[in-house]
Design a protein around this ligand. Sequence first.
Ligand SMILES: *[C@@H]1O[C@H](CO)[C@@H](O)[C@H](O)[C@H]1NC(C)=O
Length: 425
Amino acid sequence: MLRGVLAVCACATLLVTVQSSPQAEKIQELFAGRISNDVLEDARLDVPELVRKYNYPLEEHTVTTSDGYILGMHRIPHGRDANNTPGKRPIVFLMHGLTSSSADWILMGPGTAFGYMLAEEGFDVWMGNARGNYYSRRHTSFNPDSLFNTDFWEFSWDEIGNLDLPAMIDYALAHTGQTRLHYIGHSQGTTSFFVMTSLRPEYNAKITSMHAFAPVAYMAHNRNPLFLVLSPIANSLDSLAMLFGLGEFLPNNQIMTWAGQALCMDEVVFQPICSNILFLVGGWNEDQHNATMLPVKLGHTPAGASVRQFAHYGQGIDGGEFRRFDHGWLRNRRIYGSYTPPRYDLGRITTPVFLHYSDSDPLAEVPDVQRLFRELGRPVGLFRVPQATFSHLDFIWGIDAKELLFNRAVNLIKSMEIHGFDDKI
Ligand SMILES: *[C@@H]1O[C@H](CO)[C@@H](O)[C@H](O)[C@H]1NC(C)=O
């Protein structure tokens, strides 16, 4: 498919379309002239252009969900320096977190980013994008920019797990003629996996192993200040937002700037970080942050989300359980057949699951991770990152993520490819 597109473009040589990252304009404003042109470029290119800049193969694929969302997927089918010939390889499917995109896995660049590392290690890397983000902001009939209704935005991570993940996974398997893949998720990318495999347990058979980086299912012990403030009013916020036609979570407004400044007051960080929803949610850890790469992180996130994704997490913090979205008792009754939303049945998840957590992750607190591990149908590994300050975003961008996390995940996946799954791992 990609070759076809390139062949068409070759006839019109002027048609070189360099696409820009979600926050490209803001980055230009904030950083132009203050940082190297190379870093500025990485902050402003979109995922396909950024991957091609570093001479890795990149394919773009789209898949339409059963309810009409058109999702963009990015694939790095093989490595650049090693394992660099086309051919059939085991698939690793990567799924990003809340307000993020496929950029999470590549923006730190070759040698550091997990997406490139997996390609060099001999995997066929597929990166998903959840409905509503920059690469999946399209629908067969709903308009995400409509001023009159919020139809497009009426989803949480329940739909991302129940509908988006199955569509993307089925597509990747059909396209490559394979029957199974390895799944790695970060944060909401783990939540949505648990949703998929509990609501649609037939998908367990399609996953050889699942690695959860900063696993989020139970949030009873959540310490994130923004979520703590929002969770008791999550449902009213969601209703209000929908009422006023604001289904999309819009982080570039005054409220975010205000919240950011209030929350960042005692930290030695500067304003663009304080008002960035990503850092408000994920927290800030100076130890693992590569300051040179800040503009690149800010260029690619936030990449878009719905208000309801936040509201659903708020419900989990407030109620202390891992349940489907609470629409209010009347609608619950109609949709689920019960006044309260049903729990996700973690016992139905029979995929071998590895949880990777840390002691300083405000969104995946140790007791919540331990409860998740106990309740999973086939929990295999529970790995604590051996670094005291390692926090939520360090699982994708931490300076030492390769040594502390990525190497272990790659070794476990390789060992399962060679030996198959053995309950005694
Ligand atoms: C930070 O990122 C820059 C640019 O990619 C890189 O040259 C440098 O080695 C990184 N620093 C650390 C400590 O990883």
